[in-house]
Design a binder for this molecule. Structure first.
Ligand SMILES: NC(=O)c1ccc[n+]([C@@H]2O[C@H](COP(=O)([O-])OP(=O)(O)OC[C@H]3O[C@@H](n4cnc5c(N)ncnc54)[C@H](O)[C@@H]3O)[C@@H](O)[C@H]2O)c1
Length: 248
């Protein structure tokens, strides 16, 4: 398979390392509008010549133009770039069955396995609504510009979907007692933590904790490479959940 890495920044570089280390015969072309290290500066027919799948980790403002080019050139896509989700319906229509397109705001396989474990755990604790209460926190490095993390919100939604008693996520500092229908998702920022998510099921007698600790960006990059293999040769608009559902 020939893979174009579009956006040769932190993620793009990590993805090329992983593809090279896998040594399974894939070839790479790197495309970056600004980076002096990339093979090509423009995303066009020339740079995409012979490419099977493009893995896009570029800038949010580049996404729509890039997608138009992928469709014109008939190239399948792994879309890791975030910040375009308000255009989701437009993109879905544009893609149709012209190319294969898989997207996620978090390509970490571990996070998606963790989400499924948490969801199943929440379904179990839902049988004991008066005994256990649920809560969450996440920790990220001092450079992260938003809180809570998108992943924490995704996991919070999955928990609430399983719990009959909870239907609301609260993320702010509370100067009052929490309501039974609220799930508190707290955020801590500082240091160099790549991303930690903790879910607690707490009773008077004990606490059961589920925790996902990312060690680096490798998890995202590995997931994007697996998704590229999965989308190769397919047509249609997919999310990483479709990939996971098929594997699991
Ligand atoms: N989905 C996930 O799992 C996941 C994980 C990490 C980061 N991200 C997202 O991926 C994106 C990139 O993250 P990063 O940390 O690698 O950022 P980065 O700034 O290190 O790299 C982005 C690169 O894209 C290049 N670029 C910008 N516009 C371009 C264009 N039009 N064509 C080609 N290249 C272009 C930039 O020059 C830069 O080198 C962000 O949107 C980030 O939120 C997603």
């Amino acid at each position: 398979m020939k893979i174009a890495i579009v956006g040769y920044g932190r993620m793009g570089k990590k993805i090329s390392e992983i593809i090279r280390d896998r040594k399974d015969g894939d070839t790479i072309v790197t495309i970056d509008k600004f980076s002096p290290d990339a093979d090509y500066k423009a995303l066009d027919a020339e740079s995409l010549n012979g490419v099977d799948v493009a893995i896009d980790f570029s800038f949010p403002d580049a996404v729509m133009t890039n997608i138009e080019t992928y469709i014109q050139q008939g190239i399948n896509v792994v879309m890791g770039t975030t910040g375009w989700y308000d255009r989701m319906e437009d993109v879905k229509k544009m893609v149709g069955s012209r190319i294969g397109f898989i997207w996620s705001g978090n390509f970490s396989v571990g996070v998606h396995l963790f989400s499924r474990i948490v969801s199943q755990a929440a379904a179990i604790f839902n049988k004991f609504p008066d005994v256990y209460d649920e809560m969450m926190y996440e920790i990220h490095h001092k450079g992260k510009k938003d809180s809570p993390s998108g992943t924490a919100m995704m996991i919070g939604d999955l928990i609430n979907a399983q719990l009959d008693k909870k239907d609301k996520i609260v993320t702010e500092r509370l100067d009052r007692a929490i309501e039974p229908n609220e799930l508190h998702v707290a955020s801590v920022r500082g240091g160099y933590v790549p991303g930690t998510h903790v879910v607690m099921f707490d009773s008077l007698a004990d606490t059961i904790e589920l925790k996902h600790t990312a060690r680096s960006r490798d998890g995202f990059a590995m997931g994007a490479v697996l998704a590229a293999n999965w989308i190769n040769g397919k047509k249609g608009f997919y999310n990483i959940d479709d990939f996971m559902n098929e594997v699991l």
